[in-house]
Design a protein around this ligand. Structure first.
Ligand SMILES: [Fe+2]
Length: 606
């Protein structure tokens, strides 16, 4: 059967198509809308792409699977929040803060209730499809619980026959964390942690505290935590933050009076009580304003680079790692002694946490869904509905190249139309490997686009790790990212164990590994201060063209790795079309664009 999986009206709307259990197409709406994360949109363009790629119209689709259970969500969430509001009201009233207080939590919940009323959401989906001109009889729409979608998305993409499944996010319906077991082609829910005990909200609160954008820039806080390794011994913040995130006999708790309920004088994501807790230990550690982060290019370094803030960041991360590690360990023992772990949900994008889970003796294997954010829930919804209808889900997921692609004939016409000089190469990997070995910065646009937040060799910017000051040059030329955040390496899978501790297969850049001491000078630009890196291992079977390029580069330099960063402007979605690629190429300092069999070079400046 044909199942169209959809997540929409939140962050990272996306659509995918499963045909008889086989993934045919998958893409995020942001790649078409060109608005990062496409917040609150319906993924109409992504649906259009999936259907046209499969040459179907809506009438050929047997089921639409939507990754949110509207029948359960509104009333449960409102009931829970109203109860929590009542319990915390008296404490909040004593604060006397400014305009934002806990009632904003209730009002946003009420808006969500209205948005997700069952009948209304069904109508919004139908309207979203018709507004895009998508024709055909409307299939039945099934609403699948959000965390079950995350669980399906990771277990059925993993190579494991049985595994413990941990789904961690901000919230899905009224659930923040879920523990499930996957075995015999089924997923069984074991335990759920309801709102407000959200690990996503915990991390978002501190993301905002450091002046970063919550639900967008959690990776910056994680990167900042990596700078704190040298001061790890005796870092007191892991204990100091225990009142905020506490392990207990039933699992863990996030005290909502630090995040949601109370007076908010600084930001919506954390209360004054959190400020009081932190500044009682160190008065200078007041919240950093978002303005301070955005002005750091020209102004003085932002305060969060002060060692005291870095220590705090390290503590925030270490506390998360400690709690999730214990949670996973206890659940593995309680539910059958599982040695494999599957992870999904937005917190699964935290590659340091994933690395910490993999490095424990508790698990032999850890698989992280490459689209752990809510885009991946569209895939899980489709899998759940297809599996319930009797389809056998094709697994494991070997690559993420299920987006749009462009043939050479189409590219030739496009370049002629744009009057752009593009030269056809008879051997694109050899040509590009030579450019990279000469120190050129290359835009690499090949085959079907990736889904998920990482560029994995289809829409990538590539550079030689041996290039002097390669991070600075990439930042100056195109990326504009903070100088303290390292870039990621892509490495031939067969050579990865020589460069990274305990790394055999990591095709999706979801896990941090320690770079071997003797290899750190080769991968200096890709190695964080704490000695970790987030590699992509590249295999011939999964991504043959990218593998060939790495082989050619190794033949010329002796190094089986390239710096690989996403092909986009900072703050924009990864390029999707040739026009997007051309726009980035000609408005940045990239030297070469390799697109299909075509190469574009900029003439030297006199
Ligand atoms: Fe989610």
């Amino acid at each position: 059967m044909n199942v169209l999986g959809i997540f929409g009206f939140g962050m990272n709307p996306a659509a995918c198509l499963l045909r008889d259990g086989e993934l045919v197409a998958f893409c995020e709406e942001e790649r078409f809308s060109r608005v990062k994360t496409s917040p609150d949109q319906f993924p109409g363009r992504a649906v259009q792409f999936c259907l046209s790629h499969a040459e179907l119209d809506l009438g050929d689709v047997d089921r639409i699977a939507f990754a949110w259970d509207t029948h359960k969500y509104p009333f449960l969430m409102l009931k829970k929040l109203a109860g929590q509001y009542a319990r915390h009201r008296s404490r909040a009233q004593s604060g006397g803060g400014r305009s934002l207080n806990h009632s904003s939590t209730l009002s946003s919940a009420l808006l969500n209730v209205l948005k997700y009323t069952p009948g209304r959401l069904e109508r919004e989906i139908q309207l979203g499809l018709r507004e895009r001109g998508i024709k055909g009889a409307m299939p039945k729409i099934e609403f699948v619980p959000h965390h079950l979608c995350h669980a399906y998305s990771t277990f059925f993409a993993s190579p494991f026959d049985e595994a413990l499944i941990l789904t961690l996010d901000g919230s899905g319906e009224d659930i923040c964390t879920q523990i499930a077991v996957g075995r015999a082609g089924k997923v069984e829910i074991m335990e759920s942690t309801p709102i407000p005990h959200s690990l996503g909200w915990y991390y978002a609160a501190f993301t905002a505290y450091f002046g970063f954008l919550p639900y967008r820039h959690e990776g910056k806080l994680m990167g900042l935590a990596g700078l704190g390794h040298a001061r790890a011994d005796g870092n007191p913040w892991v204990e100091r933050l225990e009142p905020v995130l506490t392990l207990d006999d039933s699992g863990y708790r996030v005290d909502p009076t630090f995040t949601r309920f109370g007076v908010h004088s600084h930001a919506e994501r954390f209360t004054d009580k959190l400020v009081k807790l932190i500044t009682s230990h160190d008065p200078k550690l007041t919240p950093v304003s978002a303005l301070e982060d955005s002005q750091n290019a020209e102004g003085p370094p932002p305060r969060y680079l002060d060692p005291a803030y870095v220590d705090l960041a390290w503590g925030v991360q270490a506390r998360l790692e400690h709690v999730v590690r214990e949670l996973a360990k206890r659940a593995a023992h309680k539910h059958g002694g599982h040695r494999n772990l599957c992870i999904a949900g937005g917190v699964g994008l935290n590659c340091k946490l994933n690395g910490a889970l993999l490095s424990t003796d508790e698990f032999d294997g850890v698989f992280v869904q490459p689209a752990s954010n809510d885009a991946g829930s569209a895939l899980g919804a489709a899998m759940a509905v297809a599996e319930a209808a009797g389809d056998k889900i094709q697994r494991p997921l070997e690559h993420v190249n299920y987006g749009p692609e462009f043939g050479n004939a189409e590219l030739r016409d496009f370049f002629q139309h744009c009057k752009v000089p593009a030269y056809e190469s008879s051997d694109i990997t050899t040509s590009v490997a030579e450019e990279l070995a000469r120190g050129k910065l290359v835009g690499w646009f090949q085959g079907r686009a990736e889904f998920g937040p990482r560029a994995l060799g289809s829409r990538s910017i590539l550079a030689s790790p041996y290039l002097e000051n390669v991070s600075d040059r990439l930042n100056l030329a195109v990326k504009g990212r903070e100088p303290w955040r390292p870039f990621c390496p892509s490495i031939l899978a067969e050579d990865a164990p020589d460069y990274f501790e305990g790394c055999t297969k990591a095709p999706f850049m979801t896990t941090a590994f320690q770079v071997k001491e003797e290899k750190r000078k080769d991968l200096a630009a890709a190695t964080h201060v704490d000695g970790s890196a987030r590699p992509q291992t590249v295999s011939e079977s999964a991504t043959p063209l990218f593998h060939q390029l790495l082989c050619e580069f190794r033949d010329r330099t002796g190094l089986p790795a390239l710096i690989n960063t996403s092909f986009n402007f900072a703050g924009e979605p990864i390029v999707s079309s040739p026009r997007d690629a051309l726009r980035v190429f000609y408005s940045t300092g990239l030297d070469v664009l390799a697109i299909g069999d075509f190469i574009l070079r900029k003439p030297p400046l006199d």
